[in-house]
Design a binder for this molecule. Sequence first.
Ligand SMILES: Nc1ncnc2c1ncn2[C@@H]1O[C@H](COP(=O)(O)OP(=O)(O)OP(=O)(O)O)[C@@H](O)[C@H]1O
Ligand SMILES: [Mg+2]
Length: 268
Amino acid sequence: MLDVRGLKKVYEGSGRCVEAVRDLTFTVAAGELVCLVGPSGCGKTTLLKCVGGLLEPTAGEVFLAGRKVAGPPPGMAFVFQEYGRSLFPWMRVGENVELPLRQKDLSRTRRRELVADALASVGLADAAGAYPWQLSGGMQQRVAIARALAYEPEVLLMDEPFAAVDAQTRADLEDLVRRLWRERGITILFVTHDIDEAVYLGERVVVLSASPTVVREQLEVDLPGGRDQVHTRVAPRFAELRTHVYEQIQAAKRGAAGPVKTDAPPPR
Ligand SMILES: Nc1ncnc2c1ncn2[C@@H]1O[C@H](COP(=O)(O)OP(=O)(O)OP(=O)(O)O)[C@@H](O)[C@H]1O
Ligand SMILES: [Mg+2]
């Protein structure tokens, strides 16, 4: 579904030149949930913006279902890191969710149905008439997720969407993403700097190096599909995987090249 080949991004301007992403190659199959994890500032947002067609790569290419991405492709939706800035405060929740649907050739009735359905699936059926600023942070982020869902994307890109919410809300939102993924069969690329979150959510974890970024390792998460916050996080295999990823990231920060030998058992 997604094919990222030799992606490189160098920011240039005002006499400064930052090589954010050096050489990234990975694929995401249709219906897969992949987490990208890497140290802070390693270029995760840059990468997602290139994948979403919001930024032009310096070199390399991104393909969505075999077609080269050049500008935001119709089948993709984005959930940004800062929910506070991603909703329009002067529009009601329902209008915010409906906004991207106006680009689609849909009847008014169908648009209303999609909005109601998306809000119901994030547990906010009653909030359509409220303004975003009347909701809590976690609820606002659920509105942003509903807006992406209503659009019925094939691919959902999520950039540290839960970084700014409290731990309990975050756990609920993680479970919401897993549930929506299982119910709707969407392809999800989820970026986080949180190792536990990456292992808990992902079917596969792509570990990135420090900037200038390359793919350091890819790890299959062989935990059962039906995960829950209580049991999954205390499972011995969960601990092994998170320790392994943690050690890779620590090594990445020290600048070691390629995967290092770790104390955690190697991936099965
Ligand atoms: N518009 C820009 N112009 C110049 N440099 C930029 C720009 N955006 C990002 N950078 C640089 O590119 C590098 C990667 O930034 P990016 O935001 O992609 O990292 P990140 O992994 O998303 O960080 P975080 O974990 O803090 O969200 C950083 O060194 C940053 O300073
Ligand atoms: Mg970022």
